[in-house]
Design a protein around this ligand. Structure first.
Ligand SMILES: NC(=O)c1ccc[n+]([C@@H]2O[C@H](COP(=O)([O-])OP(=O)(O)OC[C@H]3O[C@@H](n4cnc5c(N)ncnc54)[C@H](O)[C@@H]3O)[C@@H](O)[C@H]2O)c1
Length: 691
């Protein structure tokens, strides 16, 4: 075997050159990999003993993509990917990509320059760049539609989900599925090509799949329209779509040029930078300085959930989805039946969409054991309590759990804001108590705040972080404080939003500004959705706030078809409400608020800067380990637009000195509220950033 370089080998087997990449962990297209490919191809082409070339990878996968650490740096070194691709595509000998694991991004783009592709049955193929705010910039958008047609190509680049081997075979992305040894199979395939004198298929030269779509913009426009809502605010999906349009309408070289221009624009722009930051932030969140990776974990084979309400049902689904049986406890049969019916309906809906088989629905439902007796939790490894948000009730439940659960079982609470230490203190095993704060709908939302109490054992933390990942969530560690990371940052925003509507802005205007910023909804639409009366007490309500007055008037949100907005029966679309506006204006007049036209900019800053300030406090108090954890919480728990990278990243990108300068202006009206956190003031003065 002749080594080309540290990561590339070349050998001739049976008259076929086998070029092997071995660059763990995922054979990413780093400079040495590109160099190895280039030189290896050169040598293989020059070698008279080789009639064809097979490109194969060692380890767990084919080339899984670009080396994304290179993207943000000073640019690629050594042989460019284009050089490598040209060398392959113009090779006078057939080149076969032998694919296992995942051929993603640059990996698939490299494979598209081979004349043929074969893969193992488990191989996956995709161009997921859109998920990092990019597009496949190495010809992927021009070659893929020439193989699979523009309709499928636009889906693959516009959504970024990979395709399995069966499908890839069906659509012509690969020529054969190799069931036995991949290299042997690929060599046999290459020998067959040579023996049959099959043509060198240069994808770039084949227009047959794109030509029929020429002059028919609706083919791609349909995709654009179907995904408009989800793609709101994102640049990359639109640019990916435009590249496919270019592949249809332009000659290959011109399409390639267009792809390059759009790629460079995305690469240099703020959105992709934010999305790449989030990619690393998400992975970073798993690292806890004082809980090393090798901390022992508690095996969790059976779970108990207390409360089959909004959260308990969704939490239960998360576990049974990965095969962990759940005993779910309620106080009354009716509540239990209702809770399980919602779970079943969710699964049935997935089945209707073809995402689950009916057998699978039954299997998952079969993993749930309903019970009205907490004593049934004696054998579970972990309990998650999801009853009403009431400290006395939670204390009562944890006192009982302490007597029922086996030693070593994890006792978790799904509280949104309550003090985990106070809950832990009622047990004789506070080391086993932890917060696992899921977000609604708990079976859908990716975030879990794992809240460590003062006495929570490291083993328990390590287990919950790992378990979170196992159930396909993104766990972020938080410390104990009112509202933890996410909800705590909402409080200040609410104060300002409530004030803004008294100064002359309308609920709709405030909500619109935040929606335009990219959040899923503003605070008033959110209130209506959750119930304006959450936390409101009719016995003590004395019209002391707009909220009190709305509730007193029976305007309790969507459930009453009236809140900050009006709703038509059966329709959740908020409609501006004259009644609510009058309540707001009357209240403002009574309290002597002068009315003015508040600018969109002011609305945005007054709603979001308090979040930044609170985030700074959360950091300096050690509630969050790092700024990027706060960003992960906001992106995955609250729908902060990922292309803005989370509130702390966003603050860094604005410049902390500028944020503080604006806060100082607002402070003229309310110095106490707008006082910058120590950390924020310090970083702003030093020209620093949140880390
Ligand atoms: N709803 C949300 O958006 C959300 C989000 C995150 C966290 N949380 C938190 O999750 C918890 C549950 O909230 P929810 O929205 O699911 O409430 P919910 O009112 O929908 O459900 C609570 C359920 O607990 C049951 N319950 C009450 N006492 C019980 C007991 N002693 N034993 C067994 N079951 C009992 C009730 O019958 C009810 O079905 C709260 O602590 C809440 O703060 C809620």
């Amino acid at each position: 075997m002749a080594a080309i370089n540290d990561v590339t080998d070349l050998e001739i087997r049976d008259g076929i050159a086998v070029l092997t990449l071995d660059s763990p962990p995922v054979n990413a297209l780093s400079a040495p990999v590109r160099d190895g490919l280039y030189k290896g191809m050169q040598q293989a082409i020059a070698d008279d003993n080789a009639a064809a070339v097979v490109l194969v990878c060692a380890g767990r996968t084919f080339i899984a993509g670009a080396d994304i650490t290179e993207l943000g740096s000073g640019g690629p070194q050594g042989a460019s990917l284009t050089d490598v691709q040209d060398m392959m595509e113009s090779s006078p000998k057939p080149v076969v990509a032998a694919i296992h694991g995942t051929a993603l991004g640059g990996g698939l783009e490299t494979a598209l320059c081979c004349h043929y592709r074969v893969g193992v049955p488990t191989a996956l193929f995709g161009l997921p760049e859109v998920k990092l705010g990019l597009l496949p910039g190495a010809g992927g958008t021009q070659r893929l539609p020439r193989i699979v047609g523009p309709e499928m190509a636009v889906e693959m680049v516009g959504i970024g989900e990979p395709m399995g081997a069966e499908k890839a075979l069906e659509v012509g992305l690969i020529s054969e599925i190799i069931k036995g040894d991949l290299t042997e199979g690929a060599i046999a395939f290459a020998k067959k090509l040579v023996a049959e004198n099959r043509p060198l298929v240069r994808v770039r030269d084949d227009d047959s799949k794109v030509a029929p779509a020429r002059g028919k913009p609706e083919i791609i426009d349909n995709f654009r329209k179907a995904h408009a809502r989800k793609n709101r605010g994102f640049l990359a999906p639109e640019y990916n779509i435009q590249c496919i349009e270019a592949a249809v309408e332009l000659p290959f070289e011109e399409g390639l040029k267009r792809e390059g221009e759009l790629f460079r624009e995305l690469l240099k722009g703020p959105q992709s930078a934010a999305q790449r930051y989030m990619f690393f932030a998400e992975r970073q969140a798993a690292k806890i300085p004082d809980v090393p990776k090798d901390t022992s974990q508690i095996p969790v084979r059976k779970v108990g959930v207390i409360g089959a309400g909004t959260m308990g049902g969704g939490i239960t689904m998360n576990f049974v989805n990965v095969g962990i049986p759940v005993t779910i406890i309620e106080t009354a049969q009716e509540a239990l039946d209702r809770g399980l019916a919602v779970v079943r309906r969710n699964y049935e809906n997935s089945a209707k969409k073809g995402k689950l088989t009916q057998d699978e629905v039954e299997r998952r439902m079969g993993l749930i054991t309903p019970s009205l007796d907490m004593a049934d939790l004696g054998d579970v490894d972990m309990v998650i309590e999801a009853v009403f948000e009431n400290m006395d009730l939670k204390r009562e439940i944890f006192t009982k759990l302490d007597t029922i659960c086996k030693q070593g079982a994890i006792l978790a609470t799904n509280t949104s804001a309550l003090d985990i230490n106070e809950i832990a203190a009622v047990t004789k095993r506070p080391e086993s108590v932890i917060g696992t704060h899921f977000f609604s709908p708990a079976n859908v939302m990716k975030l879990v705040e794992v809240v460590r109490g003062d006495k929570t054992a490291k083993e328990v933390i390590a287990t919950c972080m790992a378990l979170g990942k196992k159930i396909d969530k993104i766990p972020v560690l938080a410390g104990v404080c009112h509202g933890f990371i996410g909800n705590r940052m909402l409080f200040g925003r609410r104060v300002q939003a409530d004030k803004l509507i008294l100064e002359g802005a309308t609920p709709k205007r405030v909500d619109d500004v935040l929606y335009e910023f990219g959040l899923p909804m503003g605070p008033f639409a959110m209130s209506d959705l959750a119930g304006v009366d959450v936390g409101w007490n009719p016995k003590t309500s004395q019209g002391g706030s707009v909220r009190d007055r709305l509730c007193e008037a029976g305007r309790r949100g969507q459930k009453t078809n009236a809140g900050y907005y009006d709703y038509k029966e059966g329709d959740r679309t908020p409609v501006e409400s004259d009644v609510a506006l009058k309540i707001i204006r009357d209240f403002a007049a009574e309290k002597g608020y002068p009315q003015r036209d508040v600018s969109d900019q002011e609305i945005l800053e007054r709603c979001l800067f308090p979040m930044i300030n609170e985030g700074a406090k959360i950091l300096e108090e050690g509630i969050a380990i790092r700024a990027s954890d706060i960003d992960v919480v906001w992106v995955y728990g609250y729908g902060w637009p990922v292309y803005r990278g989370g509130p702390m990243y966003w603050a860094n990108s604005l410049g902390l000195d500028k944020v503080v300068a604006r806060m100082e202006e607002f402070a003229k009206d309310d110095p106490e509220f707008w006082k910058p956190a120590g950390l924020l003031a310090k970083l702003a003065a030093e020209g620093g950033k949140f880390q």
